[in-house]
Design a protein around this ligand. Structure first.
Ligand code: FAD
Length: 278
């Protein structure tokens, strides 16, 4: 079977030359799956700006398409303009545009309050140069006033000039399907690609899910928790659950899959193999 919908892989920037060399190996292993692009996260308040730019540059130089994430909270228009110019100079034409979260201790929100303002700014400064992805939250963003307000905010952000969206990861397919349905009912039918989180380590996943508002269903949490230090069993169940989720998403018409690789290739490759992606 050949997958017709595009897949993409997310990395975080590395801090050392050794880390960068390891990440290049991961990237090359994943390249057999012919991803549409590799995205690279951006630290809160611009803390990884240099690492993000270096990582997308090396992806580009290796002949692949790269999409830096760019968060705007705590930034000035001048600062964002400079980054956009740098990205254009190195041949980047795709961005994941985010508000981000202010690092603890920082109070100055800067000149952008929400991601829709960043999308508008990118469009007003660079026209149609960039393909802009934004973030979507099928299980509702943790700071949203309520689910309807979050949906309205998401649609405002898409209408500000985004081309498509990538979701926060989720384990319950209904959350995604209801979200897509609500967007369509509101007249928004741009592609919303599910973000896929491979399961390899329960305690890390539980901590992270708490923080970003992604729900691990009780049955799954209990099973994974019950395996304790038995990493092999956690990985085996994780592989089965995530492969099934991806299969169901594709069958339901998801326009692609975006994998949160955590800079590892093995589990993502195994999931794709289970899906018959070559
Ligand atoms: P927004 O779309 O601005 O939404 C933030 C909150 O404000 C929501 O509750 C929304 O309902 C509300 N809101 C939006 N607009 C308005 C408005 N006009 N008026 C009132 N309320 C409004 N974080 C990083 O630091 N670096 C990354 O690289 C990164 N990559 C990510 C990639 C993906 C695919 C996803 C899903 C998340 C990523 N994040 C990243 C996390 C993200 O930065 C946080 O979830 C952040 O809290 C929200 O960013 P946003 O762009 O979704 O914000």
């Amino acid at each position: 079977m050949k997958l017709h919908q595009p897949i993409s892989f997310e990395f975080f920037p590395t801090k050392t030359a050794e880390g960068a060399a390891k990440l290049a190996l991961v990237r090359d292993k994943l390249s057999v799956l012919k991803p549409l692009y590799y995205s690279v996260t951006y630290g809160a308040g611009g803390s990884t700006q240099e690492g993000t730019i270096n990582t997308v540059t090396s992806i580009k130089e290796a002949g692949f398409s790269a999409a830096p994430h760019l968060s705007c909270i705590g930034s000035t228009q001048e600062g964002i303009k400079e980054i956009l110019n740098t990205l254009k100079m190195i041949g980047i034409d795709r961005i994941v545009a985010l508000r981000g979260d202010l690092p603890s201790g920082h109070r100055d929100v800067g000149e952008f309050r929400y991601a829709n303002e960043l999308v508008e700014f990118i469009r007003s400064e660079t026209g149609d140069h960039f393909h802009i992805e934004v973030a979507a939250y099928p299980e509702v963003h943790p700071q949203a006033k309520n689910s309807q307000a979050d949906l309205d905010n998401f649609i405002r952000k898409m209408n500000a000039g985004a081309n498509s969206a990538i979701t926060q990861y989720f384990f319950n397919i209904d959350a995604y399907l209801y979200f897509i349905d609500s967007c369509e009912k509101a007249g928004m039918d741009k592609p919303i690609v599910p973000g896929i989180m491979p399961i390899t380590n329960y305690s890390r996943l539980a901590g992270f899910s708490d923080m970003c508002g992604a729900e691990i269903p009780r049955w799954l949490a209990k099973r994974l928790e019950g395996y304790g230090d038995d990493i092999d069993s956690i990985k085996a169940l994780g592989l089965e659950v995530i492969s099934n989720l991806c299969e169901q998403l594709l069958a339901a018409g998801a326009p692609g899959l975006h994998f949160y690789t955590l800079n590892q290739s093995k589990t993502t490759l195994e999931i794709c193999q289970n899906l018959g992606i070559k």
